[in-house]
Every structure is written in C-alpha cells, then in structure tokens.
Write a protein that binds this ligand. Structure first.
Ligand SMILES: [Zn+2]
Ligand SMILES: [Zn+2]
Length: 154
C-alpha cells in the first residue's frame, strides 16, 4: 500500500511505501521528522485500520481524481481538432472534441476509491477494499481540531 503523508508543518505531500512496521521520514521541504507506525493490515494491503501518522482510526473515502489528466486530454483534443477545422474538416473536428469528452467521462467513472485520514489527511492507495464512509463534515471538524490540539497547532 502506498501512503501519502501530509506534512502538518508545511503541507507537503510525502509518498511512502508501507513495507516496514516502523519508518522514520523527514519532510523534503521543511525537514520535519515523522515516525510512522504501520499496522499489519496496512502493510499487507488488506484494509486501512490505523493511520501510521496519527494512530487514528477514522477515515473517509473519496475518488482518486487527478484533474490534470482530464484537462490534458481536452487540451490535446482541442489542438488536433483546431487543425482539422483549419483545413475545413468541421465534422472531424467536432468528432474529436466529442471523443475527448467521452474519454474524460470514462476516466472519471473508472477512478479508484481512496481512503483519507480525517485527522492528518494521510491518503492510502492500494489494492485493498475500501470500506470507509464518504466524507462527513461534522466528523472532520471534530477530529481535525482534536488532532491539531494534540500536535500543538492550536
Ligand atoms: Zn514539511
Ligand atoms: Zn492520520
């Protein structure tokens, strides 16, 4: 399983592979040190039961959407289609734009689910089965505050 640790000092995303039971990492940006403790389930990629960063057990699920991919498809299609349009091939130009929109839709519907820690915003990617509930604002408010008090941010 790949875990993306979010540095609570500077907000950098730090991707780590959950292999060893414990791992010390330093933020590449602000040098803040993290001691990560991976549970057996996280290392085995079976489920996300305990957060290796904050030891919390509350997670939500969201789509792993990378907006850059969708935009790239549309931009490339627009360029090609502008070329066809220039040579008077209007139909081909529209067909390409329509095709690109379909590709975007297909990409979106095939997006994988991602588990996120409510407290420290660590993200968990892997082949495990996502069991967390969708995002709940009330839970997020409570747990984020609790975590920020614990790390002395408030
Ligand atoms: Zn940092
Ligand atoms: Zn966490």
């Amino acid at each position: 399983m790949e875990v993306t640790v979010v540095c609570h000092q500077c907000g950098s995303a730090l991707p780590v592979e959950a292999e060893d039971a414990s791992l010390q990492i330093n933020c590449g940006n602000c040098r803040h040190a993290f001691l990560l403790g991976f549970s057996d389930a996280v290392r085995a990629d079976t489920t996300v039961d305990r957060c290796p960063v904050c030891a919390g057990g509350d997670f939500y699920m969201r789509k792993d959407f990378d907006p850059k991919v969708g935009v790239t498809v549309i931009v490339i299609a627009a360029l090609i289609s502008a070329g066809f349009y220039y040579y008077g091939e209007d139909l081909a130009a529209y067909a390409i734009l329509g095709g690109a929109a379909l590709i975007d839709l297909a990409v979106y519907s095939r997006l994988k689910d991602l588990t996120v820690c409510y407290r420290c915003h660590a993200e968990f990617r892997g082949k495990y089965k996502t069991t967390a509930d969708p995002f709940d604002l009330h839970t997020a408010d409570e747990l984020e505050q609790e975590y920020e008090r614990r790390i002395g941010k408030r």
